[in-house]
Design a protein around this ligand. Structure first.
Ligand code: ATP
Ligand code: MG
Length: 585
Protein backbone atom coordinates (compact mmCIF):
# COMPACT_ATOMS: atom_id res chain seq x y z
CA UNK A 1 0.00 0.00 0.00
CA UNK A 2 1.26 3.47 -0.80
CA UNK A 3 2.30 5.51 2.23
CA UNK A 4 0.24 8.66 2.88
CA UNK A 5 0.97 11.73 0.84
CA UNK A 6 2.50 14.78 2.52
CA UNK A 7 1.78 18.27 1.40
CA UNK A 8 4.92 20.36 1.12
CA UNK A 9 5.16 23.38 3.36
CA UNK A 10 4.37 26.80 1.92
CA UNK A 11 7.30 28.44 0.14
CA UNK A 12 9.52 30.51 2.37
CA UNK A 13 11.19 33.74 1.44
CA UNK A 14 8.09 35.27 -0.16
CA UNK A 15 8.81 33.82 -3.59
CA UNK A 16 6.06 32.66 -5.88
CA UNK A 17 6.53 29.14 -7.13
CA UNK A 18 7.65 28.75 -10.71
CA UNK A 19 5.17 25.93 -11.12
CA UNK A 20 2.02 26.99 -9.31
CA UNK A 21 -0.21 24.45 -11.02
CA UNK A 22 1.29 21.18 -12.19
CA UNK A 23 -1.86 19.95 -13.91
CA UNK A 24 -2.25 23.15 -15.90
CA UNK A 25 1.42 23.09 -16.90
CA UNK A 26 1.10 19.54 -18.19
CA UNK A 27 -1.50 20.62 -20.67
CA UNK A 28 -0.01 23.95 -21.74
CA UNK A 29 3.74 23.29 -21.67
CA UNK A 30 5.65 23.14 -24.93
CA UNK A 31 9.38 22.82 -25.49
CA UNK A 32 9.18 25.73 -27.92
CA UNK A 33 7.90 27.90 -25.13
CA UNK A 34 10.69 26.69 -22.87
CA UNK A 35 13.19 27.52 -25.58
CA UNK A 36 11.71 31.00 -25.87
CA UNK A 37 12.70 31.67 -22.25
CA UNK A 38 16.30 31.58 -23.38
CA UNK A 39 18.05 34.21 -25.48
CA UNK A 40 19.10 32.03 -28.39
CA UNK A 41 21.48 33.33 -31.04
CA UNK A 42 20.78 34.70 -34.52
CA UNK A 43 19.72 32.20 -37.17
CA UNK A 44 18.24 29.69 -34.73
CA UNK A 45 21.64 29.02 -33.22
CA UNK A 46 22.34 28.43 -29.57
CA UNK A 47 25.22 27.92 -27.15
CA UNK A 48 24.91 26.59 -23.61
CA UNK A 49 27.52 29.03 -22.30
CA UNK A 50 25.80 31.97 -23.95
CA UNK A 51 22.65 31.13 -22.02
CA UNK A 52 24.57 30.57 -18.79
CA UNK A 53 26.67 33.75 -18.95
CA UNK A 54 26.51 36.15 -21.91
CA UNK A 55 22.82 36.78 -21.91
CA UNK A 56 22.99 38.09 -18.32
CA UNK A 57 25.67 40.63 -19.06
CA UNK A 58 23.35 43.42 -20.19
CA UNK A 59 21.17 43.04 -17.12
CA UNK A 60 21.68 43.71 -13.41
CA UNK A 61 22.51 40.01 -13.04
CA UNK A 62 25.96 40.81 -14.46
CA UNK A 63 26.98 42.24 -11.10
CA UNK A 64 25.40 39.56 -8.98
CA UNK A 65 27.38 36.70 -7.53
CA UNK A 66 27.38 33.67 -9.79
CA UNK A 67 29.69 31.54 -7.63
CA UNK A 68 30.30 31.82 -3.94
CA UNK A 69 33.41 29.70 -3.60
CA UNK A 70 34.22 28.22 -0.20
CA UNK A 71 37.87 27.26 -0.09
CA UNK A 72 38.96 24.47 2.24
CA UNK A 73 40.11 27.19 4.65
CA UNK A 74 39.66 30.92 4.67
CA UNK A 75 36.98 33.32 3.55
CA UNK A 76 34.43 32.77 0.81
CA UNK A 77 35.29 34.21 -2.60
CA UNK A 78 32.48 35.80 -4.61
CA UNK A 79 32.67 35.71 -8.40
CA UNK A 80 30.14 37.82 -10.28
CA UNK A 81 28.49 36.77 -13.53
CA UNK A 82 30.62 39.31 -15.35
CA UNK A 83 33.86 38.09 -13.80
CA UNK A 84 32.99 34.47 -14.53
CA UNK A 85 32.16 35.37 -18.14
CA UNK A 86 35.48 37.16 -18.50
CA UNK A 87 37.35 34.21 -17.05
CA UNK A 88 35.52 31.82 -19.39
CA UNK A 89 36.31 34.15 -22.32
CA UNK A 90 39.99 34.11 -21.48
CA UNK A 91 39.86 30.33 -21.40
CA UNK A 92 38.07 30.19 -24.75
CA UNK A 93 40.76 32.45 -26.20
CA UNK A 94 43.45 30.10 -24.91
CA UNK A 95 41.75 27.19 -26.67
CA UNK A 96 41.49 29.24 -29.86
CA UNK A 97 45.16 30.12 -29.72
CA UNK A 98 46.10 26.49 -29.20
CA UNK A 99 44.25 25.73 -32.40
CA UNK A 100 41.34 23.78 -30.96
CA UNK A 101 38.41 23.54 -33.36
CA UNK A 102 34.70 23.31 -32.61
CA UNK A 103 33.83 19.68 -31.94
CA UNK A 104 37.22 18.91 -30.38
CA UNK A 105 37.02 17.18 -27.00
CA UNK A 106 38.18 18.85 -23.80
CA UNK A 107 38.28 16.72 -20.66
CA UNK A 108 38.44 18.21 -17.20
CA UNK A 109 39.83 16.36 -14.21
CA UNK A 110 39.82 18.65 -11.20
CA UNK A 111 38.20 19.12 -7.84
CA UNK A 112 35.93 22.09 -7.30
CA UNK A 113 37.88 25.28 -7.99
CA UNK A 114 36.82 28.49 -9.73
CA UNK A 115 38.72 27.88 -12.96
CA UNK A 116 37.02 24.51 -13.42
CA UNK A 117 33.84 26.51 -14.04
CA UNK A 118 35.66 28.95 -16.33
CA UNK A 119 37.15 26.00 -18.23
CA UNK A 120 33.81 24.24 -18.65
CA UNK A 121 32.06 27.36 -19.88
CA UNK A 122 35.02 28.53 -21.98
CA UNK A 123 35.12 25.13 -23.66
CA UNK A 124 31.44 25.43 -24.56
CA UNK A 125 31.88 29.01 -25.73
CA UNK A 126 34.52 27.86 -28.18
CA UNK A 127 32.23 25.09 -29.45
CA UNK A 128 34.37 22.29 -28.04
CA UNK A 129 32.85 19.25 -26.35
CA UNK A 130 33.23 19.22 -22.58
CA UNK A 131 33.68 16.06 -20.52
CA UNK A 132 34.00 16.17 -16.75
CA UNK A 133 35.90 13.39 -15.00
CA UNK A 134 35.68 12.60 -11.33
CA UNK A 135 38.91 13.82 -9.74
CA UNK A 136 39.13 10.87 -7.34
CA UNK A 137 39.43 8.45 -10.25
CA UNK A 138 42.73 6.63 -10.45
CA UNK A 139 44.84 6.48 -13.63
CA UNK A 140 43.03 3.42 -15.04
CA UNK A 141 39.47 4.77 -15.17
CA UNK A 142 40.85 8.06 -16.51
CA UNK A 143 42.84 6.31 -19.18
CA UNK A 144 39.96 4.14 -20.33
CA UNK A 145 37.72 7.21 -20.67
CA UNK A 146 40.42 9.07 -22.57
CA UNK A 147 40.72 6.13 -24.93
CA UNK A 148 36.97 6.10 -25.56
CA UNK A 149 36.58 9.85 -26.04
CA UNK A 150 39.94 10.82 -27.63
CA UNK A 151 40.03 14.37 -26.27
CA UNK A 152 42.35 16.93 -27.81
CA UNK A 153 42.98 18.72 -24.51
CA UNK A 154 42.89 17.83 -20.83
CA UNK A 155 42.38 20.39 -18.11
CA UNK A 156 43.66 19.31 -14.71
CA UNK A 157 45.75 20.43 -11.74
CA UNK A 158 49.47 20.08 -11.25
CA UNK A 159 48.98 17.56 -8.47
CA UNK A 160 46.52 15.40 -10.37
CA UNK A 161 48.67 15.56 -13.47
CA UNK A 162 51.73 14.31 -11.62
CA UNK A 163 49.84 11.59 -9.75
CA UNK A 164 47.49 10.31 -12.42
CA UNK A 165 48.42 11.41 -15.94
CA UNK A 166 52.12 12.09 -16.31
CA UNK A 167 53.12 8.43 -16.66
CA UNK A 168 50.96 7.63 -19.66
CA UNK A 169 49.40 10.68 -21.24
CA UNK A 170 52.20 11.31 -23.73
CA UNK A 171 51.53 7.95 -25.35
CA UNK A 172 47.97 9.03 -26.14
CA UNK A 173 47.97 10.42 -29.68
CA UNK A 174 44.77 12.47 -29.49
CA UNK A 175 45.84 14.56 -26.48
CA UNK A 176 47.79 17.53 -27.79
CA UNK A 177 47.48 19.86 -24.81
CA UNK A 178 47.42 19.60 -21.03
CA UNK A 179 46.31 22.76 -19.25
CA UNK A 180 46.90 23.11 -15.53
CA UNK A 181 44.38 25.12 -13.51
CA UNK A 182 44.77 26.18 -9.88
CA UNK A 183 48.15 26.95 -8.37
CA UNK A 184 51.11 25.64 -10.36
CA UNK A 185 54.44 25.53 -8.52
CA UNK A 186 56.64 24.05 -11.17
CA UNK A 187 55.13 23.64 -14.64
CA UNK A 188 55.88 20.08 -15.83
CA UNK A 189 57.20 19.70 -19.39
CA UNK A 190 54.53 19.61 -22.12
CA UNK A 191 51.92 21.27 -19.94
CA UNK A 192 50.58 24.79 -19.90
CA UNK A 193 49.94 26.95 -16.85
CA UNK A 194 46.35 27.92 -17.63
CA UNK A 195 46.21 30.93 -15.32
CA UNK A 196 49.28 32.43 -16.99
CA UNK A 197 47.95 31.68 -20.45
CA UNK A 198 44.57 33.17 -19.54
CA UNK A 199 46.19 36.32 -18.13
CA UNK A 200 47.78 36.94 -21.53
CA UNK A 201 44.41 36.71 -23.30
CA UNK A 202 41.59 39.16 -23.81
CA UNK A 203 38.57 38.98 -21.47
CA UNK A 204 36.38 39.37 -24.57
CA UNK A 205 35.33 36.46 -26.73
CA UNK A 206 32.50 36.19 -29.24
CA UNK A 207 30.74 33.00 -28.15
CA UNK A 208 30.33 30.67 -31.09
CA UNK A 209 26.76 30.31 -32.31
CA UNK A 210 26.21 26.55 -32.56
CA UNK A 211 23.68 24.45 -34.35
CA UNK A 212 21.26 23.15 -31.70
CA UNK A 213 22.30 19.61 -32.66
CA UNK A 214 26.05 20.25 -32.36
CA UNK A 215 27.74 18.20 -29.67
CA UNK A 216 28.38 20.04 -26.43
CA UNK A 217 28.90 17.48 -23.67
CA UNK A 218 30.13 13.94 -23.38
CA UNK A 219 29.21 12.40 -20.03
CA UNK A 220 30.20 9.01 -18.76
CA UNK A 221 27.57 7.04 -16.85
CA UNK A 222 28.30 6.00 -13.27
CA UNK A 223 29.18 2.41 -14.12
CA UNK A 224 26.78 0.99 -11.54
CA UNK A 225 25.74 -1.87 -13.79
CA UNK A 226 28.91 -2.38 -15.79
CA UNK A 227 31.40 -0.55 -17.98
CA UNK A 228 30.60 3.16 -18.15
CA UNK A 229 29.10 4.44 -21.38
CA UNK A 230 29.84 7.83 -22.97
CA UNK A 231 26.56 9.66 -23.51
CA UNK A 232 26.60 12.45 -26.09
CA UNK A 233 24.60 15.64 -25.48
CA UNK A 234 24.05 18.67 -27.70
CA UNK A 235 23.75 22.44 -27.19
CA UNK A 236 19.95 22.27 -27.42
CA UNK A 237 20.06 20.40 -24.07
CA UNK A 238 20.29 23.75 -22.31
CA UNK A 239 16.56 24.21 -22.91
CA UNK A 240 15.89 21.24 -20.62
CA UNK A 241 18.62 22.14 -18.13
CA UNK A 242 17.09 25.57 -17.73
CA UNK A 243 13.43 24.73 -17.51
CA UNK A 244 13.78 21.67 -15.27
CA UNK A 245 15.92 23.66 -12.82
CA UNK A 246 13.25 26.31 -12.86
CA UNK A 247 10.27 24.00 -12.45
CA UNK A 248 11.56 21.00 -10.50
CA UNK A 249 14.08 22.79 -8.27
CA UNK A 250 12.12 26.05 -8.26
CA UNK A 251 15.26 28.08 -8.99
CA UNK A 252 14.82 31.83 -8.75
CA UNK A 253 17.45 34.53 -9.28
CA UNK A 254 17.12 35.35 -5.57
CA UNK A 255 18.21 31.86 -4.56
CA UNK A 256 21.38 30.79 -2.85
CA UNK A 257 21.56 27.37 -4.37
CA UNK A 258 23.80 24.50 -3.35
CA UNK A 259 24.19 21.42 -5.52
CA UNK A 260 26.46 19.01 -3.68
CA UNK A 261 27.11 16.73 -6.67
CA UNK A 262 30.72 16.58 -7.76
CA UNK A 263 31.31 18.45 -11.04
CA UNK A 264 32.83 15.18 -12.31
CA UNK A 265 29.34 13.78 -12.88
CA UNK A 266 26.38 14.77 -14.97
CA UNK A 267 24.42 16.21 -12.02
CA UNK A 268 27.37 18.42 -11.17
CA UNK A 269 27.26 19.79 -14.72
CA UNK A 270 23.55 20.03 -15.60
CA UNK A 271 22.56 21.29 -12.13
CA UNK A 272 25.96 22.24 -10.69
CA UNK A 273 26.99 24.58 -13.52
CA UNK A 274 24.46 25.12 -16.30
CA UNK A 275 20.99 25.33 -14.79
CA UNK A 276 21.83 27.53 -11.79
CA UNK A 277 23.54 30.01 -14.13
CA UNK A 278 20.86 30.09 -16.81
CA UNK A 279 18.42 30.73 -13.96
CA UNK A 280 20.56 33.56 -12.60
CA UNK A 281 21.05 32.12 -9.09
CA UNK A 282 24.04 32.39 -6.79
CA UNK A 283 25.56 28.97 -6.42
CA UNK A 284 27.58 27.80 -3.50
CA UNK A 285 30.67 25.79 -4.47
CA UNK A 286 32.50 24.08 -1.64
CA UNK A 287 36.03 22.89 -2.21
CA UNK A 288 35.73 20.19 0.46
CA UNK A 289 34.12 16.78 0.40
CA UNK A 290 31.32 15.65 2.71
CA UNK A 291 31.64 16.52 6.35
CA UNK A 292 28.42 16.62 8.36
CA UNK A 293 29.40 19.54 10.57
CA UNK A 294 30.83 21.57 7.70
CA UNK A 295 27.73 20.96 5.63
CA UNK A 296 25.35 22.17 8.31
CA UNK A 297 27.56 25.19 8.77
CA UNK A 298 27.44 25.98 5.06
CA UNK A 299 23.65 25.68 4.99
CA UNK A 300 23.49 28.04 7.96
CA UNK A 301 26.22 30.58 7.20
CA UNK A 302 25.60 30.88 3.46
CA UNK A 303 21.84 31.12 4.04
CA UNK A 304 21.25 28.41 1.44
CA UNK A 305 17.68 28.46 0.13
CA UNK A 306 17.58 25.57 -2.37
CA UNK A 307 19.59 22.44 -1.70
CA UNK A 308 20.07 19.63 -4.22
CA UNK A 309 21.81 16.59 -2.82
CA UNK A 310 21.78 12.79 -2.92
CA UNK A 311 20.54 9.88 -0.81
CA UNK A 312 24.07 8.82 0.07
CA UNK A 313 24.72 12.23 1.68
CA UNK A 314 21.34 12.26 3.38
CA UNK A 315 22.01 8.80 4.82
CA UNK A 316 25.32 10.04 6.19
CA UNK A 317 23.65 13.02 7.82
CA UNK A 318 21.01 10.73 9.28
CA UNK A 319 23.78 8.58 10.69
CA UNK A 320 25.04 11.59 12.63
CA UNK A 321 21.67 11.99 14.30
CA UNK A 322 19.35 14.98 14.60
CA UNK A 323 21.25 16.78 17.39
CA UNK A 324 23.93 18.13 15.08
CA UNK A 325 21.31 19.54 12.71
CA UNK A 326 19.43 21.19 15.55
CA UNK A 327 22.52 23.11 16.66
CA UNK A 328 22.31 25.07 13.41
CA UNK A 329 19.97 27.73 12.13
CA UNK A 330 18.61 26.23 8.93
CA UNK A 331 15.72 28.64 8.57
CA UNK A 332 16.90 30.00 5.21
CA UNK A 333 16.19 26.66 3.48
CA UNK A 334 13.03 26.62 1.41
CA UNK A 335 13.41 23.63 -0.90
CA UNK A 336 15.28 20.34 -0.52
CA UNK A 337 15.74 17.90 -3.34
CA UNK A 338 17.53 14.61 -3.94
CA UNK A 339 18.64 12.52 -6.90
CA UNK A 340 20.85 9.63 -7.95
CA UNK A 341 19.40 6.69 -6.10
CA UNK A 342 16.06 5.82 -4.64
CA UNK A 343 15.25 8.02 -1.68
CA UNK A 344 13.83 5.92 1.12
CA UNK A 345 10.65 7.29 2.71
CA UNK A 346 12.58 7.36 5.98
CA UNK A 347 14.84 10.06 4.51
CA UNK A 348 11.86 12.18 3.42
CA UNK A 349 10.45 12.05 6.96
CA UNK A 350 13.83 12.73 8.48
CA UNK A 351 14.18 15.89 6.39
CA UNK A 352 10.82 17.13 7.55
CA UNK A 353 11.41 16.26 11.22
CA UNK A 354 15.02 17.37 11.46
CA UNK A 355 15.52 20.10 8.85
CA UNK A 356 11.96 21.34 8.86
CA UNK A 357 11.35 20.44 5.22
CA UNK A 358 10.87 17.16 3.39
CA UNK A 359 13.23 16.06 0.63
CA UNK A 360 11.74 16.06 -2.85
CA UNK A 361 13.03 13.09 -4.80
CA UNK A 362 13.60 13.34 -8.52
CA UNK A 363 14.75 10.90 -11.14
CA UNK A 364 16.91 11.09 -14.23
CA UNK A 365 19.91 9.48 -15.87
CA UNK A 366 23.10 10.51 -17.61
CA UNK A 367 21.26 9.59 -20.81
CA UNK A 368 18.28 11.86 -20.16
CA UNK A 369 20.58 14.84 -19.50
CA UNK A 370 18.12 16.46 -17.12
CA UNK A 371 15.37 15.80 -14.58
CA UNK A 372 12.52 13.77 -16.08
CA UNK A 373 10.43 12.88 -13.04
CA UNK A 374 10.08 14.92 -9.88
CA UNK A 375 8.18 15.62 -6.71
CA UNK A 376 7.54 19.21 -7.74
CA UNK A 377 7.32 22.01 -5.23
CA UNK A 378 3.75 22.64 -4.28
CA UNK A 379 2.68 19.12 -5.16
CA UNK A 380 1.98 16.62 -2.39
CA UNK A 381 5.02 14.42 -1.85
CA UNK A 382 4.47 10.70 -1.72
CA UNK A 383 7.47 9.51 0.28
CA UNK A 384 9.22 6.73 -1.63
CA UNK A 385 7.92 7.92 -4.99
CA UNK A 386 10.09 9.63 -7.60
CA UNK A 387 7.20 11.97 -8.36
CA UNK A 388 5.54 12.82 -11.65
CA UNK A 389 6.79 13.44 -15.15
CA UNK A 390 8.21 16.85 -16.01
CA UNK A 391 5.70 18.83 -18.11
CA UNK A 392 6.70 18.12 -21.70
CA UNK A 393 7.82 14.60 -20.87
CA UNK A 394 5.59 11.61 -21.41
CA UNK A 395 6.42 8.54 -19.37
CA UNK A 396 5.05 5.02 -19.68
CA UNK A 397 5.49 1.77 -17.84
CA UNK A 398 5.83 -0.90 -20.49
CA UNK A 399 6.10 -4.63 -20.91
CA UNK A 400 8.04 -6.34 -23.65
CA UNK A 401 6.00 -8.42 -26.08
CA UNK A 402 6.96 -10.68 -28.98
CA UNK A 403 6.65 -7.85 -31.46
CA UNK A 404 7.72 -4.84 -29.40
CA UNK A 405 6.37 -3.20 -26.29
CA UNK A 406 2.99 -2.39 -24.84
CA UNK A 407 1.88 0.03 -22.21
CA UNK A 408 0.91 -1.29 -18.77
CA UNK A 409 -2.21 0.46 -17.53
CA UNK A 410 -2.61 -1.42 -14.24
CA UNK A 411 -1.22 0.78 -11.44
CA UNK A 412 -0.25 -2.31 -9.45
CA UNK A 413 1.89 -3.79 -12.18
CA UNK A 414 5.60 -3.25 -12.59
CA UNK A 415 7.30 -2.75 -15.95
CA UNK A 416 10.16 -0.93 -17.59
CA UNK A 417 10.11 2.83 -17.40
CA UNK A 418 10.02 4.39 -20.87
CA UNK A 419 10.15 8.01 -22.02
CA UNK A 420 8.67 9.29 -25.24
CA UNK A 421 11.24 10.88 -27.54
CA UNK A 422 12.40 13.46 -28.26
CA UNK A 423 13.27 16.04 -25.62
CA UNK A 424 16.10 18.58 -25.81
CA UNK A 425 18.54 16.94 -23.38
CA UNK A 426 18.06 13.40 -24.65
CA UNK A 427 21.41 11.79 -25.39
CA UNK A 428 22.17 11.60 -29.09
CA UNK A 429 24.36 8.51 -28.90
CA UNK A 430 26.71 6.37 -26.88
CA UNK A 431 30.14 7.24 -28.16
CA UNK A 432 31.40 4.45 -30.47
CA UNK A 433 28.49 2.21 -29.47
CA UNK A 434 25.88 2.82 -32.12
CA UNK A 435 24.28 -0.60 -31.73
CA UNK A 436 23.91 -0.24 -27.99
CA UNK A 437 22.32 3.17 -28.49
CA UNK A 438 19.81 1.82 -31.02
CA UNK A 439 18.82 -0.95 -28.65
CA UNK A 440 17.64 1.65 -26.12
CA UNK A 441 14.75 2.61 -28.38
CA UNK A 442 11.59 0.92 -29.56
CA UNK A 443 9.67 3.13 -31.96
CA UNK A 444 9.60 6.56 -30.39
CA UNK A 445 10.13 5.27 -26.85
CA UNK A 446 13.41 5.37 -24.98
CA UNK A 447 13.72 2.41 -22.61
CA UNK A 448 15.49 3.41 -19.42
CA UNK A 449 16.50 0.02 -18.03
CA UNK A 450 14.79 0.91 -14.74
CA UNK A 451 11.64 -0.79 -13.48
CA UNK A 452 8.80 1.25 -12.09
CA UNK A 453 5.13 1.38 -11.30
CA UNK A 454 2.78 4.26 -12.04
CA UNK A 455 -0.02 4.78 -9.50
CA UNK A 456 -3.52 6.17 -10.09
CA UNK A 457 -2.31 9.72 -9.51
CA UNK A 458 0.49 9.49 -12.06
CA UNK A 459 3.25 9.16 -9.44
CA UNK A 460 6.07 6.86 -10.44
CA UNK A 461 7.55 4.39 -7.99
CA UNK A 462 11.04 3.08 -8.56
CA UNK A 463 11.24 -0.69 -8.22
CA UNK A 464 14.84 -1.28 -9.20
CA UNK A 465 17.12 -1.56 -12.14
CA UNK A 466 16.00 -4.26 -14.53
CA UNK A 467 19.20 -6.17 -13.68
CA UNK A 468 18.70 -5.90 -9.92
CA UNK A 469 15.17 -7.14 -9.66
CA UNK A 470 14.64 -10.37 -7.74
CA UNK A 471 12.25 -13.10 -8.84
CA UNK A 472 11.21 -15.23 -5.89
CA UNK A 473 8.41 -17.84 -5.99
CA UNK A 474 6.74 -16.03 -8.85
CA UNK A 475 6.95 -12.61 -7.15
CA UNK A 476 8.88 -9.73 -8.62
CA UNK A 477 10.69 -8.07 -5.75
CA UNK A 478 12.28 -4.66 -6.06
CA UNK A 479 15.32 -4.29 -3.82
CA UNK A 480 14.38 -0.70 -3.05
CA UNK A 481 11.12 -1.66 -1.34
CA UNK A 482 12.90 -4.11 0.93
CA UNK A 483 15.77 -1.72 1.63
CA UNK A 484 13.37 1.05 2.59
CA UNK A 485 11.80 -1.15 5.25
CA UNK A 486 15.20 -2.17 6.61
CA UNK A 487 16.11 1.52 6.85
CA UNK A 488 13.19 2.01 9.21
CA UNK A 489 15.08 0.09 11.88
CA UNK A 490 16.87 2.62 14.09
CA UNK A 491 20.17 0.68 13.90
CA UNK A 492 20.37 0.52 10.12
CA UNK A 493 22.48 3.11 8.29
CA UNK A 494 22.53 1.55 4.81
CA UNK A 495 20.91 -1.46 3.22
CA UNK A 496 21.52 -3.37 -0.01
CA UNK A 497 19.34 -6.25 -1.10
CA UNK A 498 20.06 -8.95 -3.67
CA UNK A 499 18.59 -12.22 -4.92
CA UNK A 500 20.52 -15.43 -4.42
CA UNK A 501 19.69 -18.59 -6.37
CA UNK A 502 17.39 -21.05 -4.64
CA UNK A 503 16.24 -24.39 -6.00
CA UNK A 504 12.67 -24.03 -4.80
CA UNK A 505 11.94 -20.32 -5.01
CA UNK A 506 14.17 -19.48 -7.96
CA UNK A 507 15.74 -16.74 -5.87
CA UNK A 508 15.55 -15.71 -2.24
CA UNK A 509 16.19 -12.30 -0.81
CA UNK A 510 19.36 -11.56 1.08
CA UNK A 511 20.05 -8.25 2.77
CA UNK A 512 23.31 -6.57 3.64
CA UNK A 513 23.22 -3.77 6.15
CA UNK A 514 25.69 -1.40 7.75
CA UNK A 515 24.93 -0.07 11.20
CA UNK A 516 24.83 3.38 12.73
CA UNK A 517 27.49 4.21 15.30
CA UNK A 518 26.73 2.72 18.71
CA UNK A 519 25.17 -0.51 17.39
CA UNK A 520 26.91 -3.88 17.42
CA UNK A 521 26.42 -6.57 14.75
CA UNK A 522 24.86 -9.07 17.10
CA UNK A 523 22.52 -11.98 16.59
CA UNK A 524 19.67 -10.40 18.51
CA UNK A 525 19.86 -7.33 16.33
CA UNK A 526 19.81 -9.47 13.20
CA UNK A 527 16.70 -11.26 14.42
CA UNK A 528 15.05 -7.97 15.25
CA UNK A 529 15.73 -6.63 11.75
CA UNK A 530 14.45 -9.84 10.16
CA UNK A 531 11.32 -9.70 12.29
CA UNK A 532 10.65 -6.09 11.29
CA UNK A 533 11.05 -6.99 7.63
CA UNK A 534 8.74 -9.98 7.92
CA UNK A 535 6.11 -7.96 9.71
CA UNK A 536 6.17 -5.13 7.21
CA UNK A 537 6.77 -7.04 3.97
CA UNK A 538 5.36 -10.49 4.59
CA UNK A 539 7.37 -13.69 4.44
CA UNK A 540 7.35 -13.92 0.62
CA UNK A 541 9.19 -10.63 0.17
CA UNK A 542 11.18 -10.28 3.41
CA UNK A 543 14.85 -11.26 3.36
CA UNK A 544 15.67 -14.74 4.54
CA UNK A 545 19.07 -13.60 5.72
CA UNK A 546 20.64 -10.40 6.91
CA UNK A 547 24.41 -9.97 6.89
CA UNK A 548 26.25 -7.10 8.55
CA UNK A 549 28.95 -5.18 6.72
CA UNK A 550 31.03 -2.23 7.90
CA UNK A 551 30.09 -0.48 4.67
CA UNK A 552 28.41 -1.44 1.45
CA UNK A 553 30.24 -1.31 -1.86
CA UNK A 554 29.25 1.85 -3.69
CA UNK A 555 30.26 3.72 -6.80
CA UNK A 556 32.36 6.82 -6.43
CA UNK A 557 29.22 8.81 -7.05
CA UNK A 558 27.76 7.15 -3.94
CA UNK A 559 25.38 4.53 -5.35
CA UNK A 560 25.12 1.15 -3.70
CA UNK A 561 26.47 -1.48 -6.12
CA UNK A 562 24.15 -4.43 -5.75
CA UNK A 563 25.84 -6.28 -8.59
CA UNK A 564 29.04 -6.37 -6.52
CA UNK A 565 27.25 -7.57 -3.40
CA UNK A 566 25.85 -10.35 -5.53
CA UNK A 567 29.12 -11.21 -7.27
CA UNK A 568 30.92 -11.38 -3.93
CA UNK A 569 28.20 -13.44 -2.34
CA UNK A 570 28.14 -15.94 -5.18
CA UNK A 571 31.86 -15.94 -5.94
CA UNK A 572 31.23 -14.55 -9.46
CA UNK A 573 33.64 -12.31 -11.36
CA UNK A 574 33.33 -8.75 -10.13
CA UNK A 575 33.40 -7.21 -13.59
CA UNK A 576 34.39 -3.57 -13.97
CA UNK A 577 35.25 -2.14 -10.54
CA UNK A 578 36.94 1.01 -11.72
CA UNK A 579 33.99 3.06 -10.51
CA UNK A 580 33.99 1.45 -7.07
CA UNK A 581 34.42 3.80 -4.11
CA UNK A 582 37.80 3.04 -2.55
CA UNK A 583 38.57 0.86 -5.58
CA UNK A 584 41.86 0.71 -7.40
CA UNK A 585 43.50 4.05 -8.06
P1 ATP B 1 25.46 2.77 -15.48
O1 ATP B 1 24.43 3.20 -16.48
O2 ATP B 1 26.86 2.94 -15.98
O3 ATP B 1 25.21 1.46 -14.85
P2 ATP B 1 24.16 4.55 -13.63
O4 ATP B 1 22.91 4.10 -14.30
O5 ATP B 1 24.23 4.48 -12.14
O6 ATP B 1 25.42 3.79 -14.23
P3 ATP B 1 23.66 7.34 -13.90
O7 ATP B 1 23.20 7.77 -15.22
O8 ATP B 1 24.51 8.26 -13.09
O9 ATP B 1 24.49 6.04 -14.06
O10 ATP B 1 22.44 7.01 -12.97
C1 ATP B 1 21.11 6.89 -13.41
C2 ATP B 1 20.41 5.80 -12.66
O11 ATP B 1 20.42 6.09 -11.25
C3 ATP B 1 18.98 5.64 -13.02
O12 ATP B 1 18.79 4.88 -14.17
C4 ATP B 1 18.43 4.96 -11.77
O13 ATP B 1 18.69 3.57 -11.78
C5 ATP B 1 19.23 5.62 -10.66
N1 ATP B 1 18.49 6.77 -10.11
C6 ATP B 1 18.71 8.07 -10.31
N2 ATP B 1 17.84 8.83 -9.62
C7 ATP B 1 17.02 7.99 -8.99
C8 ATP B 1 15.89 8.16 -8.12
N3 ATP B 1 15.46 9.34 -7.77
N4 ATP B 1 15.29 7.03 -7.68
C9 ATP B 1 15.74 5.81 -8.04
N5 ATP B 1 16.78 5.60 -8.84
C10 ATP B 1 17.42 6.67 -9.31
MG1 MG C 1 22.47 3.72 -16.27
Amino acid sequence: MAPPAHRTTAPRGGLLRNLPDYEAARTTFTWNQARAELAGMPGGRINIAYEALDRHLDSPTAHRTAIRYLPREGDPVDISYRKLAERANRFANVLAELGLQPGDGVYCLAHRMPDLYAAALGTLKHGCVFTPLFSAFGPEPIRSRVEIGQPVAIVTTERLYRRKLAQWIRGTPSVRHVLLIGPVEDTPPDTLNAAQAMAAQSPEYATRPMDPEDRALLHFTSGTTGKPKGAIHVHEAVVAHHITGKLALDLHPEDIYWCTADPGWVTGTSYGIISPLTNGTTMVVDEEEFDAERWYRILQDQRVTVWYTAPTAIRMLMKHGPELARKHDLSSLRFLSSVGEPLNPEAVHWGRDTLGLPFHDNWWQTETGGIMIANFPGMPIKPGSMGRAVPGIETAVIRHTDDGIERIEDPAETGELALKTPWPSMFRGYLNEEERYRKCFVGNWYLTGDLARCDEDGYLWFIGRADDVIKSSGHLIGPFEVESVLMEHPAVAEAGVIGIPDEVAGETVKAFVSLKPGFEPEDVLMKEILALARKRLGPAVAPRQVAFRDRLPSTRSGKIMRRLLRARELGLPEGDTSTLEGGKE
